[in-house]
Design a protein around this ligand. Structure first.
Ligand SMILES: [Zn+2]
Length: 406
């Protein structure tokens, strides 16, 4: 392990990327290699890592349901690689073109959101874009695309975010470029210490220029390293991963437990499942796209745009299940709130009695799912036996939801 680390450091010191990396971090003023701590720590997703409570009573199973208000499933569109770059010569628009000819205004706002205003979109945004995916070279040798050096673009994006609160910003890397591999796997070129410093630098950029940024991060090229995961755990950020990663469990926000105290909340698209199966599994159904890229999920092209419109239409047309649109942060927040609810369940005669612990937080909307309730009655109570208001809602998933109403 030590030998590998030394070899890696030697490699870094001899490649062009290391020079650029060091220069970048050294010129960051107060932000340098030693500054690897999160500027702020987000606290509100911690309960996702609380132990899940499930109670089995003969043939009945009572468990926390991830979605509020009796929703069966959740949906989200995420779009990778948003940044101020546009390279007309290469036919690439990463969101830099804010005219009606660009992908943000011309498609995401004026077409997708205009047709389906219920849709929620997470824009996975790059702090200091360096990658040209077509030529596999750096698009700049300086920080010209650093978000803080693009005040006019940032001002326009802030205007869009204010006007369309269902469009949210999330973090998607600092350079998005791996100088050694000439790939998107940015974090594979860093030591763990460098990775933490780059994460911290990126995080600060977002908090400074786009302070409504969600506490959400997707690794460029889906490559998270131990240093990245450590940073995410410490900063309380959600890892927007996918079924293509080793950290994935399901699309629903869940907890990845590394070393003791190293808990990372993760969620993201499950590329192995179809929508029908995902609905039955109460999934977070993610339509995953790119602003511009040489693939079919490219919103710069007709095929990708039609796919995104069809995704929104498909979700709208489903009537068998109740689906709510949620951003990554909202989805994880919903799971955190229901995990924070403390409860027990018992069968008293023909009545399923759910007792809420006053240490829990029934702020309303949190939902428990009951399998095989059958003809039994339902009651929700405080430990003293006082009734707690709730709604019982049947679901085509074959269970009954108990929705706390206060
Ligand atoms: Zn990307």
């Amino acid at each position: 392990m030590n030998l590998e680390r030394r070899d890696f450091l030697r490699l870094l010191s001899t490649c062009a990327g290391a020079t650029v990396l060091d220069a970048c971090l050294d010129t960051g003023g107060s932000v340098g290699p030693r500054d690897s701590m999160p500027p702020v720590t987000n606290q509100d997703l911690q309960a996702v890592c609380d132990t899940a409570n499930t109670v089995t009573l003969s043939d009945m199973v009572v468990s926390a349901h991830p979605w509020p208000d009796g929703l069966d499933a959740a949906a989200l569109i995420d779009v990778d690689d948003f940044c101020p770059v546009t390279l007309p010569g290469d036919g690439l628009d990463f969101g830099g073109d804010l005219t009606i000819d660009g992908t943000l205004r011309g498609f995401l706002i004026d077409e997708l959101t205009a047709t389906y205003p219920e849709v929620k979109v997470n824009l996975m945004t790059i702090a200091n874009m360096r990658q040209n995916p077509l030529t596999r070279t750096a698009i700049a040798d300086d920080d010209r695309y650093l978000l803080s050096r693009q005040p006019a673009w940032i001002e326009a994006v802030r205007g869009v975010l204010n006007q369309y609160p269902r469009v949210r910003i999330a973090m998607h890397g600092y350079w998005h470029f791996n100088y050694q591999q000439r790939s998107a796997n940015e974090f594979a070129q860093y030591t763990d210490l460098q990775a933490r410093a780059v994460m911290s630098t990126m995080h600060r950029v977002f908090l400074n220029v786009l302070p409504t940024v969600e506490p959400v991060f997707r690794a460029p090229g889906w490559v998270s390293t131990p240093g990245v995961l450590e940073y995410l755990a410490q900063a309380g950020l959600l890892l927007a991963d996918s079924s293509g990663t080793a950290t994935f469990q399901s699309s629903v926000p869940s907890c990845w437990r590394g070393a003791p105290g190293l808990d990372v909340v993760r969620a993201g698209p499950d590329f192995t499942e179809g929508v029908v199966k995902e609905l039955a599994n109460a999934a977070l159904i993610v339509g995953h796209y790119h602003f511009t890229a040489p693939n079919v999920y490219n919103l710069g092209g007709d095929l990708g745009r039609q796919s995104a419109l069809n995704f929104a239409l498909g979700i709208r047309k489903i009537t068998k299940y109740r689906i709510g649109w949620m951003s990554y942060h909202e989805a994880a927040r919903s799971v955190a709130l229901v995990r924070a609810l403390r409860w027990s369940a018992a069968l008293e005669g023909n009545t399923l009695v759910i007792t809420l612990d006053p240490a829990g937080t029934p702020i309303g909307g949190q939902t428990l799912a009951v399998q095989n309730l059958g003809g039994r009655d339902l009651a929700v109570e405080t430990p003293l036996g006082d009734p707690v208001p709730f709604n019982a809602i049947g679901s085509n998933r074959g269970c009954t939801y108990v929705v706390m109403t206060s």
